[in-house]
Design a protein around this ligand. Sequence first.
Ligand code: MLT
Length: 263
Amino acid sequence: MLFVHGFPFDGSMWTSQLSALPDGWRGLAPDLRGFGRSELNAVPGEVARGNRIGARIARPDEPVLTMARFADDLAELIEREVQGPAVICGLSMGGYAAFALWRRHPHLVRALVLADTRAGADDDEGRENRMRLAQVARQEGARAVAASMLPKLLAAQTRLHRPDVVQRVRTMIMGTRTETLVAALAGMACRHDSTAELPGIRVPTLVLVGEHDALTPPELAGDIVRQIAGARLVTIPGVGHLANLENPDGFNRALREFLVELD
Ligand code: MLT
């Protein structure tokens, strides 16, 4: 089982899921390229640069982390670590990377868990917002990015009553380098629209969404489920965009039920 984190977090966001997998399952939760302890340009020249590919968010000399790049990195990891295909669980940007993995390496995908994500590409307003956030990142750094994102990432209840979760999320964001923040914002802004490909997804699929997810609301999860034959939707009550951190028990229960049926 391969867990793919969202933006701008790292593999440690999956700690509670890794320890709750059913017997017989092994979990991997890598830091995507540039995030956590992973180098952005581990193999020089592999990361795209410039403002054409990066929807004009990255400057010509700045790197762009495309979803295709993440997908190819994940494919390499699966080929190295797993005998055969893996179940892919991606949250938000991790979901965008999961769609790209399905498109580019379908033979490596045994099943999909799509959490708090969307199939569509950014619209003009979404790209404008990313451009603004990239500028905040360059001028004021990750602390300001955390201040801007936190209210949208977590449900009001979480922000009020779970200071531990708020702090954990803030720490992950503040641990992300400015170069990575800008590169991933540019990569998400130019990502492929996966909507038309949903009916072609032929593996068991679970869609999870926080009841109060303000960034990828439950309607979007419903849109995904309706277009994938046999897909199941589970809404995690009382939580926002980071459902696995805000309500690990609810998230893990849905995940375990899905995995046990796959066995
Ligand atoms: C995430 O949680 O990965 C981001 O909210 C995704 C996005 O900005 O589209």
